[in-house]
Design a protein around this ligand. Structure first.
Ligand code: NAP
Length: 500
């Protein structure tokens, strides 16, 4: 039995005909340590075992053959007889492995040294996960594979525990939590002893939920460099997979020579996550977790789970950064300073400047607080009068309805609403006419880079600033809190990673 930790990426190939399989396998072999041929993707049984044996000879990498029925996550309706007859005389080659589902094990006598014995659960994490492992481990199969569906990030815990158990017992295992909430198991799995991790050639080629493509595993998450010493940081939110923060922090780890990785954590129940996976006094996972970025919808709810909160973050009423320091969790807010940073560069002093903030949510709160620290004069514009009034009263500023706003005479107009992104992509909180006579327009939205508001502002002759400037500036402060280091990155360096 093997007891070493090696990072291997397996690229699954799922095509409808043999010639497509051939070309896709060729591309996969360039980036993969293993290539998985998902033979259940073939349209029908239009390839003979000889054809497949021939195909195997063309792939210069170890190959895993998979012939999965639809009820176990495969792409074809296959009877038990069809599966048995396939696996009774499976295609062979020098470095060929067979991924056989556990339900066939009693009826086959394969060459166990080539078998990956697999169990899938697409509904959740079964309560008898350990018994499933024990049943598979009772066979002489070389590698065990258990893939379960994660519905929240804490569902990664039993999977990490399984990896630890198999490692201790000297069993080779592939254990995966599928879905976006399980991405951490795909990125950190090999460093915790997983035999391999699956990553398609591109996002479209994913064969199971939550797979991160092989290029990102290598170049974004630097998976080959992750080991037991690696500092883990991550983004906590819902959703998180769209975020460019992994590009910022993983680039920073690489450029500063820090052995660290920044992982997206899709979190529904933030209290459970902090208790079971994060807090050094209560967590059930032994890992080198150093810090977290907190995004919507957890910036306020996370505050009740921390041991200490910086006074500024308390005043703002939101935490976007957690530092794990010895056995304590420390909270702070880098949004406020990140928001101001590009303004100071562009406008110099903000003292006595007339600023309009549009929106009355979390970002608006941080903006008001930060601008008051700079002695700017702030007016709040938002759609909900009750919410606007109470926020304005809290900070002692004036407010006006958004509908009839005119921003002439304002030195700065800040958009702190989602208008211009997502489902509101074609909308703008202000028109060119409303913006005429304003100085600078700052859209906190960073995806897309060029929003409708920024276009209207340019037409109105205003200077403009996009939200990536803030994202990068606040991330730099986070990185320093976690590592003590500074890094150099420009907002424009991230443009290629922005996908609408
Ligand atoms: P939030 O807490 O949900 O607040 C959103 C605000 O926008 C609320 O006041 C909401 O009004 C208002 N709003 C929503 N839809 C609207 C509409 N159709 N018309 C007018 N007002 C509308 O969100 P947040 O955390 O403050 O974030 C706001 C924006 O800032 C987001 O786009 C976010 O991506 C961006 N942001 C960027 C950064 C960065 O680093 N660049 C950091 C933080 C936030 P109601 O209260 O009436 O619902």
């Amino acid at each position: 039995m093997n007891n070493e930790k090696t990072t291997r990426i397996c690229i699954p190939v799922c095509e409808k005909d043999l010639s497509a399989f051939e070309s896709a396998s060729e591309r996969a072999a360039e980036a993969a340590d293993f290539v998985e041929l998902r033979l259940d993707c073939l349209d029908s049984v239009n390839a003979t075992p000889e054809d497949i044996t021939q195909l195997l000879k063309t792939i210069p990498r170890p190959v895993i053959l998979t012939f999965r029925p639809s009820e176990q996550g495969g792409h074809r309706d296959l009877t038990r007889e069809e599966r048995l007859s396939f696996w009774n005389i499976p295609p062979r080659g020098d470095a060929v492995w067979w991924d056989v589902e556990g339900d066939l094990v009693q009826s086959l006598s394969p060459e166990w040294a080539r078998v990956i014995l697999s169990h899938h659960d697409f509904s959740g994490v079964p309560t008898d996960l350990d018994q499933i492992y024990e049943k598979l481990a009772h066979t002489p199969a070389r590698v065990l594979k258990i893939a379960v569906q994660a519905n929240d990030v804490v569902d990664c815990l039993p999977v990490f525990k399984l990896l630890d158990r198999a490692y201790t017992e000297g069993r080779e295992i592939i254990a995966i939590a599928m879905g976006n909430a399980g991405v951490a198991t795909r990125i950190l799995g090999p460093s915790r002893g997983a035999f391999l991790t699956y990553g398609p050639l591109d996002d479209e080629g994913a064969t199971a939920p939550g797979q991160v493509n092989a290029h990102k595993l290598r170049s974004l998450y630097n998976i080959d460099k992750i080991d037991e010493e690696t500092i883990v940081c991550g983004l906590v939110g819902l959703p998180v997979m769209h975020s460019v923060s992994p590009h910022i922090h993983n680039t920073a780890f690489a450029s500063e020579g820090v052995n660290g990785v920044y992982v997206p954590f899709e979190v529904r129940d933030v209290k459970a996550f902090l208790k079971r996976m994060v807090h050094p006094r209560t967590r059930e996972l032994d890992w080198n977790l150093r810090g977290l970025s907190i995004t919507a919808p957890h910036k306020q709810s996370v505050m009740q789970c921390l041991d200490w909160i910086e006074p500024d973050a308390k005043e703002i009423g939101a935490v976007n950064t957690v530092v794990v320091e010895q056995d304590r969790l420390l909270g702070s807010n880098t949004d406020a300073a990140g928001l101001i940073d590009p303004l100071l560069r562009i406008m110099g002093s903000l003292a006595q400047r007339k600023v309009a903030i549009i929106g009355a949510g979390g970002a608006a709160r941080a903006a008001i607080w930060a601008l008051q620290q700079q002695k700017a004069t702030v007016t709040l514009f938002a759609r909900n009068p009750a919410k606007t009034d109470s926020l304005a009263q809290l900070f002692g500023i004036s407010c006006e309805p958004l509908s009839a706003a005119s921003f002439a005479g304002y030195d700065l107009v800040i958009n702190a609403t989602p208008l211009g992104s997502g489902v509101h992509i074609d909308e703008s909180p202000a028109t060119q006419v409303q913006l005429s006579g304003a100085g600078c327009v700052y859209d906190l939205i960073y995806n897309p880079i060029d929003t409708r508001l920024l276009r209207e502002a340019r037409e109105a002759g205003c200077e403009t600033v996009g939200g990536l400037e803030m994202l990068v500036a606040q991330a730099k402060i986070q990185f320093k809190l976690w590592t003590g280091k500074e890094f150099d990155l420009k907002a424009t360096d991230l443009h290629e990673f922005i996908r609408i």
